[in-house]
Ligand binder design. Structure first.
Ligand code: HEM
Length: 122
């Protein structure tokens, strides 16, 4: 059994929970058809990076920048944080604690790159 993430399961659980928590996010997507594939690809890239690797910071900064100025609010980010944690439970049932923390840190880097405070997600 995999000890890392089931990327597809995470992606599906994430969007289901995100749209449940913040239904108005859905209209911010210009094209919804590829969102699961793009999310899976991003998670795949993140999973191959080490915490201290400069590419990790670069990748999250780049991804965060692509989320800027498209109408995402602090409320959406709080909903996203809830959704992401829920999705990690669904798609990462066997994640080790450090690995879970790594993905949570990735989300916080994304939030910081969107120019929001990652310590204000609760
Ligand atoms: C609160 C959390 C999040 C919200 C509200 C959100 C919202 C969005 C929206 C609205 C888009 C569409 C942008 C457009 O159509 O122009 C998008 C694109 C995308 N998101 Fe997110 N997202 C969140 C978190 C994440 C996370 C955690 C990941 C990956 C780990 C991710 C990966 C992506 C990718 C790969 C794209 C496509 C980027 C591109 O086309 O340049 N998102 N997101």
């Amino acid at each position: 059994m995999s000890t890392d993430l089931d990327f597809e399961a995470v992606a599906e659980a994430f969007y289901a929970a995100l749209f449940r928590e913040a239904p108005d996010v859905e209209r911010l997507f210009r094209d919804e058809t590829n969102k699961t594939v793009m999310f899976v690809n991003a998670l795949e890239s993140i999973s191959g990076l080490e915490r201290g690797d400069p590419h990790f910071a670069d990748f999250m900064a780049m991804l965060g920048q692509r989320h800027r100025d498209i109408g995402i609010t602090q409320q959406h980010l709080k909903a996203g944080w809830t959704a992401f944690n829920e999705a990690l439970d669904v798609g990462g049932g066997n994640l080790t604690l450090p690995r879970r923390q790594f993905y949570r840190d990735a989300f916080k880097k994304l939030v910081a790159a969107m120019n929001y405070d990652p310590d204000d997600l609760h």
